[in-house]
Write a protein that binds this ligand. Structure first.
Ligand code: ADP
Ligand code: MG
Length: 707
């Protein structure tokens, strides 16, 4: 009996192996075939030639032509040859550089790395890997590395010549993300220092002349596209509710139009979730409607669900992908025949009224809208339904997007460039320089945090802050906590703030999950509530079951733990002690020390006014302080979100005296009685003092240089 059993098991294993081999083969063949079908394949030799002959090239090609997935592999083959030559030339040279490819979006970096690892038949993280903030999936073996542009920017801090790389591909340059724009300036210099480095800048749009000019008139290589005509339909009248309109449009396509998948563009996660839900509901109500596979995609979606958009739906079932602008150029979904475009996207824009960046919904630009339309014509002729009028399009939409560098807070960039030794940021070679006001504002913010001194130079604190891959306020809080002996607690809080929402509120179980959540709430602080959750989770032995019992995302908590460890490693390397004082009032005071510039005073029930701007703002309903009967006079907040009202998210109650003590440049206790106008004048004069001091210092510096 025993023998028989083993035999059968062995047989099963054998069969499985065989099956795997067969499916491996099938997959390899199709992947290979797919690769050869891509437009880039046809011009591969020309591409190789131009890379060989130039240090920098601009490469333009329609979305889906194979830039992101193939260029790395092509460059790898090419630079390997180069390295070989070099090897022969100066014997003993064994260093082999990586091929780096930057992406403005985390999702794209991960998903494309996975795809390329499949094409190269290796495990993700071996030959092909990716790195995003707090997640490094590369190894000693890695030769092709996808990463966010932020990662490469940080790497340039410790490796200014990027010696680890033999080629850098800056992908999605047309997106003009803040980090990409800064990298442009830095890489231009790196290439002039390193003859052996190849830089390839890719763009999905034709406005590449500007890139070419910036890098000194470098060649532009165009990948001939294969596109089909797309018929475009504008709305006849203004659309009141784009979610509702999109749902109707999808149902109509699904019921009436020929086969082909649908791609819907929505501004963000909330709208995507609602849209998916509504389409599902309405189809359920329709008798005899064919099934539809509805798939959301946005950056915070877990990666296994993200991967679904690339899989073919079961035979005969239509796919409906509901996406943010990530599907505009970063990710290509094959087989789309219908595009439904809400005409909106979410953009991070500096809002002078609140004195910080806010993620808000804006109309897309004409360039974006056309890009979205193009998604319908990849595999055959398609149709695009635009949920705005032709007049909206022509008269209200900008031609192209305003680059991020011209519309967001630059505090992190300033910190980074300063620590790279670039003193005068106005002299830095930007493709489109940021407005001077923007730069000054960001410097002012850093000055408030103590990262810059009156002359605009980095302080000791500022230098330490650069080491952390965090927003300036958070790294300042972490460093400050060491002196206040509560770094153990603050380390956890900062880690919790660095991952997306940990609370989980499933449909149909709202009350149950809310009740569980309430149990964790520390009445005076959302930050402390986070701390409380983490400590309880730790007590449970970091248990997954504990998480699901309490409606907490286990995956998010594991991420928090990883982030905590990574930040702790940095603290160790900086000789910053991790210690606990066990007193949560001290923790609150430390939070106050980092956030004092984001403080508000009680005005009515649940209503506060911002202490600096006088703007009314409200407690978010998910806050521990909301409706708990305890209404503190002063609070500080982590961020503002703007929906129907201005909501403060993640709030902690503080003592008025602390504000006066910690932020003397802003508040004295009497201050709360003063008018908004007086406060504004005070702040303006503070700022002009700083600017004046900085100007004088700069002049002095210039004089010294001349002498
Ligand atoms: P480009 O960068 O020029 O827009 P890509 O290299 O991203 O083009 O995509 C080329 C092709 O590779 C796409 O048409 C798609 O078929 C395939 N592809 C890319 N990423 C994935 C993925 N994550 N999963 C499956 N297929 C993918
Ligand atoms: Mg691409």
């Amino acid at each position: 009996e025993d023998v028989d059993y083993k035999k059968s098991q062995k047989f099963a294993a054998h069969m499985q192996e065989k099956n795997e081999a067969v499916s491996d083969f099938a997959q390899k063949k199709t992947l290979d075939e797919q690769r050869k079908f891509l437009p880039i394949y046809a011009i591969r030799e020309d591409l190789l030639k131009i890379i060989r002959e130039n240090s920098i090239i601009i490469c333009v090609g329609e979305t889906g032509s194979g830039k992101t997935t193939q260029m790395t592999q092509v460059s790898f083959e090419e630079t390997n040859l180069l390295v070989l030559n070099q090897y022969l030339h100066e014997s003993g040279y064994t260093k082999r550089g990586m091929i780096g490819c930057t992406q403005p979006r985390r999702v794209a970096a991960m998903s494309v790395a996975k795809r390329v690892s499949e094409e190269m038949q290796c495990k993700l993280g071996d030959d092909v890997g990716y790195a995003i903030r707090f997640e490094d999936c590369t190894s000693e073996k890695t030769i092709i590395k996808y990463m966010t542009d932020g990662i490469l920017l940080r790497e340039s801090l410790t490796d200014p010549d990027l010696d680890h790389y033999s080629a850098v591909i800056m992908d999605e340059a047309h997106e003009r993300s803040l980090n990409t724009d800064v990298l442009f300036g830095l890489l231009r210099e790196v290439v002039s220092r390193r003859q052996d480095l190849k830089l390839i800048v890719t763009s999905a749009t034709m406005d590449s002349e500007k890139f070419s000019d910036f890098f000194g008139n470098v060649p532009i290589f165009i990948i001939p596209g294969r596109t089909f005509p797309v018929e475009s339909f504008f709305s006849k009248a203004c659309v009141e509710d784009y979610v509702d309109a999109a749902v109707k449009q999808c149902i109509q396509i699904h019921l009436g139009a020929a086969d082909g998948d649908i791609l819907v563009f929505m501004p963000g996660q909330e709208d995507i979730e609602v849209t998916c839900e509504l389409i599902k509901e309405r189809l359920n109500d329709l008798e005899g409607a064919k099934p539809l596979s509805i798939l959301p995609i946005y950056s915070q979606l877990p990666s296994d669900l993200q991967a679904k958009i690339f899989q073919k739906a079961d035979d005969g079932i239509r796919k409906c992908v509901v996406a943010t602008n990530i599907a505009e150029t970063s990710l290509t979904v094959d087989g789309i025949m219908y595009v439904v475009d809400s005409g909106y996207c979410k953009l991070k824009v500096y809002n002078p009224r609140i004195g910080m960046d806010a993620l808000q919904i804006y109309p897309v630009s004409q360039a974006n809208a056309n890009q979205r339309m193009g998604r319908a014509g990849r595999t055959g002729p398609g149709q695009c339904f635009r949920l705005y009028t032709e007049r909206n399009f022509r008269e209200e939409m900008l031609k192209t997007n305003v680059p991020e560098i011209q519309r967001t807070n630059l505090a992190n960039v300033v910190l980074l460039l300063k620590s790279l030794g670039i003193q005068d940021l106005l002299q830095f070679h930007f493709m489109d320089p940021p407005p001077q006001d923007n730069l000054m504002n960001s410097m002012y913010q850093l000055w408030i945090l103590g990262a810059l001194d009156n002359t605009g130079s980095l302080t000791q604190l500022g230098r330490q802050m650069v080491e952390f891959p965090l927003d300036p306020a958070l790294s300042q809080m972490l460093i400050t906590s060491v002196g206040m002996s509560c770094s153990s607690e603050i380390l956890i809080i900062v880690s919790m703030l660095s991952v997306p929402s940990i609370f989980f509120r499933p449909k149909g179980k709202e009350e149950e999950s809310d009740a569980k959540r309430e149990k964790f709430q520390v009445a005076e602080s959302d930050h402390l509530t986070f701390l409380h959750v983490y400590i309880q989770w730790k007590k449970s032995g970091y248990s997954n079951n504990w998480c699901s019992d309490h409606f907490i995302h286990a995956k998010a908590m594991r991420k928090v733990r990883e982030v905590r460890q990574q930040l702790k490693d940095i603290m160790d390397s900086q000789k910053l002690d991790v210690k606990s004082c066990g007193n949560w009032d001290v923790v609150r005071k430390c939070i106050c020390a980092a956030y004092f510039h984001q403080a508000a005073r009680l005005k009515g029930i649940g209503e506060y006014v911002n202490l600096r701007t006088g703007m009314p703002c409200h407690l978010h309903p998910t806050s521990a302080l909301f409706g708990c009967g305890f209404t503190p006079d002063y609070i500080v907040y982590h961020e503002l979100i703007m929906t129907t009202k201005e909501y403060m998210q993640c709030v902690t109650c503080v003592d008025g005296h602390w504000l006066a003590e910690l932020g003397p440049m802003f508040f004295s206790l009497k201050d709360s009685l003063k008018t908004r106008g007086e406060r504004a004048r005070k702040e303006t004069s503070e700022r002009s003092t700083m600017e004046e001091e900085m100007r004088l210092a700069q002049e002095k510096l210039n004089r010294m240089k001349e002498e």
